[in-house]
Design a protein around this ligand. Structure first.
Ligand code: ADP
Ligand code: MG
Length: 267
């Protein structure tokens, strides 16, 4: 079953002379359980697409069906509730509340959604366990490494049991070791728990952990590379990133060099 379907999605910012058309007719279907990487030059509209499929912003025209619901037909309040209950967001900046512990950060969205505190804390602890950070539950973000903070942010997104996890450059602020850990975590969520994930990244090694690759350019999908083709031949694809050579590098990334990951993805 598709979790997300978009048809003829357009997004324009501004009007008249200053109008910028950022999305130009995006047609996209993401099935339940898919792990999709999105790559493409800066300014090509990747983050805008994420905000629209996540119900943060409305499209200028076109349709988004999220988990069977046409989000344009919802009121603002209904859309907010849908976003809270169905979408887990992870951003490049971890966006944790500095004065709250890891556990409190993860628990907060549940409590805001009306879950009683005891239940919310129990679910938060479960989510922290899944990202292997339960032993850091009482720490405030400043006492955690960047990679740990991002894993807390992933736990916060997971705690609501989202229909879809949207991650916009989740490893953009991390060194390669921590990036590898977060990438592996997302991959585990996809393979073990069938979590649907859409992840924007500039890093070809991070993208390789996904099952499908969308190459974005000038506000639309330029190439949609399915799992089999991508997993089997990922070295061959010119990913067109504006970072690095645009080729999948033969780097020492733990993701790229882990034969188990590559063979597992090569189904
Ligand atoms: P990407 O994530 O691929 O780098 P974005 O979706 O962030 O690209 O941005 C695409 C284009 O839309 C950029 O030119 C950006 O300046 C413009 N843009 C994004 N958000 C807004 C906004 N709220 N108002 C005006 N222009 C915007
Ligand atoms: Mg962006």
């Amino acid at each position: 079953m598709p979790i997300i379907t978009t048809s003829k999605l357009f997004k324009q910012f501004g009007t008249g002379d200053v109008a910028v058309e950022v999305l130009r007719g995006v047609d996209l279907t993401i099935e339940s359980g898919e792990f999709v990487a999105v790559m493409g030059p800066s300014g090509s509209g990747k983050s805008t697409l994420m905000s629209i499929i996540g119900g943060i912003e409305p499209p200028t025209s076109g349709q988004v069906i999220l988990d069977g619901v046409d989000i344009a037909k919802l009121s603002d309040d209904q859309r907010t509730i849908m976003r809270r209950r169905k979408i887990g967001f992870v951003f490049q900046a971890f966006n944790l509340i500095p004065t709250l512990s890891a556990l409190e950060n993860v628990s907060l969205p549940l409590e805001l959604d009306g879950v009683d505190r005891k239940t919310a804390r129990a679910r938060a602890a479960e989510a922290l366990e899944r990202v292997e950070l339960l032993h850091r539950a009482d720490h405030i973000p400043a006492k955690l490494s960047g990679g740990e903070q991002q894993r807390v942010a992933v736990a916060r997104a997971l705690a609501i049991k989202p229909a879809i996890l949207l991650a916009d450059e989740p490893t953009g602020n991390l060194d390669s070791r921590q990036s590898g850990r977060v990438t592996q975590l997302l991959r585990d969520l996809a393979t073990q728990f069938k979590q649907t994930i859409v992840m924007v990244t500039h890093d070809a090694n991070v993208a390789r952990s996904a099952f499908r690759l969308l190459m974005f350019r000038d506000g639309n999908i330029e190439r949609d590379i399915p799992q089999d083709e991508f997993a089997a031949n990922s070295h061959a694809f010119n990913v067109g990133s504006n970072v690095g050579s645009g080729q999948f590098p033969k780097s020492s990334s733990p993701i790229a060099s882990d034969p188990a990951i590559l063979s597992d993805g090569n189904r």
